[in-house]
Design a protein around this ligand. Structure first.
Ligand SMILES: [Zn+2]
Length: 231
């Protein structure tokens, strides 16, 4: 079982990785992880700081109502994305929400993601799209709608807004966010040249996903080394 200190360290790494990969949006975007041995509460990146600025001391603790119960920092107004997904999906331990720029641009095309390369193939089951609003998710009602749109998927595109990825761990959710952004970038490149003439077959996509997705913990460790090498 992960300790709370270990969980905080993972969230700090996740924030730095997402920022290094271009998913920071000033102080916006957030990562959360359910507390060990306490399914009703989760740690959350604080408002007022960039994703790369999370520390053990500025993380806040929030309950499934979206209320801050511990920590000095302000809470993100979009907390309900996290609280309602974690309420609806007891199998999940972590949620990432960013305004990933390539994914946002891709969402405006209204097209389905294709298996242009390895990353696109990871999402061969299809990606649900939340299109009820492009506004911020500022209450439980909208948070529940996002959770319904996610359903039993691990990824969600929020049209003209951003992405949600989720996992049993923050490591899984973070790596998924990177794959999704890279998949959207690859397809945007292809779309700008007239669209794909060839994409991965479903059979190949399933095989690739089966080989690559289980490597997420090793990929996360690599990314930690990358963001730590200059510090
Ligand atoms: Zn947002």
């Amino acid at each position: 079982m992960t300790s709370i200190d270990g969980l905080k360290e993972s969230l700090i790494h996740a924030g730095r990785i997402l920022a290094a990969e271009g998913q920071g949006d000033l102080i916006f975007g957030h990562v959360t992880a359910r507390l060990p041995n306490d399914s009703e509460h989760f740690l959350m990146k604080p408002h007022d700081f960039g994703l790369e600025e999370i520390t053990p001391d500025n993380l806040i603790t929030v309950n499934l109502e979206g209320e801050k119960v511990a920590g000095e920092s302000r809470r993100h107004i979009e907390v309900f994305i996290h609280s309602e997904i974690l309420r609806a999906r007891p199998d999940l331990g972590a949620v990432v929400h960013t305004h990933a720029p390539y994914a946002v641009a891709f969402s405006a095309l209204g097209r389905s993601l294709q298996g242009v390369g390895h990353e696109g193939a990871m999402f061969h089951k299809g990606i649900p799209v939340f299109s009820e609003t492009a506004d911020l998710i500022i209450d439980q009602t909208r948070g529940k709608a996002v959770a319904r749109a996610l359903a039993d998927s691990d990824v969600l595109i929020m049209r003209n807004h951003g992405i949600v990825t989720a996992g049993r761990t923050i490591e899984e959710a973070t790596v998924l966010a990177l794959y999704l952004e890279r998949a959207c970038k690859a397809q945007l490149m292809v779309e700008s040249c007239g669209g794909a003439r060839h994409v991965c077959s479903h059979e190949d996509a399933v095989a690739k996903a089966g080989r690559i997705l289980p490597q997420s913990p090793r990929v996360f460790d690599y990314l930690v080394r990358q963001v730590s090498s200059g510090s």
